[in-house]
Each structure stands twice: as C-alpha cells, then as structure tokens.
Design a protein around this ligand. Structure first.
Ligand SMILES: [Zn+2]
Length: 121
C-alpha cells in the first residue's frame, strides 16, 4: 500500500472526525517565486465521505516531501465553527535545488456545517 493511501486511511473520514461538517470547499492558488508566479488554480470539494486528509502536494518539480497541510486550518475552523478563512501556506519541502520559500499557496476555505453544529457541546 502506498504512503498517501495509508495516510488517508489513518486520517479517517470527515464524518468521523468532524460530524458537524456537511462539506468543505477549498480554493487554492498555487504560486511560485519569480516573475510569473501563478502555477495553477485548484478547487477541492470535500464531502463527509471523503478522507480527512488535507495535505496538498507541492507542484514544483524536484520538491521532495513538500506540500501544504491544511489540516490545522480546517481543524481550527471546525472547532470555532468558522465558515470562511483565507490565508497562505509556504511549502515545507526541502531540496538542494530549491530555495525554502520556492512555492506557496493562497487558500480560501469554506465550511458548511449541518444542524448538529448549532448545538453547544
Ligand atoms: Zn515544494
């Protein structure tokens, strides 16, 4: 079994981890250092049946073990019942040919909560 698949299984399903979440939409703009910074735009739709694995791959060639982990962002949003959050993340990957801030993303996360979210714990 490959590592990513194992990590997803370890993370568990969104419905198990965040039962109050109906869905999550993650908009990302991948940026790199340089004069033509936008690499790509990406939207990820997360459903209750999706694995709660929010580590997005770095798109830079040669970047090993990098990526953008949105797990802490989403975990905090769910805990605070926050519906929208924008921010940036810097790739944590390291490579001799790449500078440490070689890539980053601008993200916008929208969470839809179900009725259980309105109950106070
Ligand atoms: Zn990277």
């Amino acid at each position: 079994m490959d590592l990513i698949k194992q990590r997803k299984l370890d993370a568990g399903l969104v419905s198990d981890l965040f039962p109050e979440v109906d869905g999550i939409v993650i908009h990302m703009t991948y940026l790199r250092k340089g004069s033509n910074p936008v690499i790509m735009l990406r939207t990820v739709n997360v459903f209750p049946t999706t694995y709660a694995y929010f580590n997005m791959d770095c798109m830079m060639r040669g970047c090993t073990d990098g990526g953008f982990d949105l797990t802490p962002v989403i975990t905090e949003m769910v805990r605070e019942h926050k519906k929208l959050k924008k921010g940036t993340l810097v790739c944590s990957g390291e490579n001799a040919d790449l500078v440490s801030d070689h890539a980053n993303i601008a993200y916008e996360v929208t969470i839809k909560f179900n009725k259980r979210a309105s109950k106070t714990p």
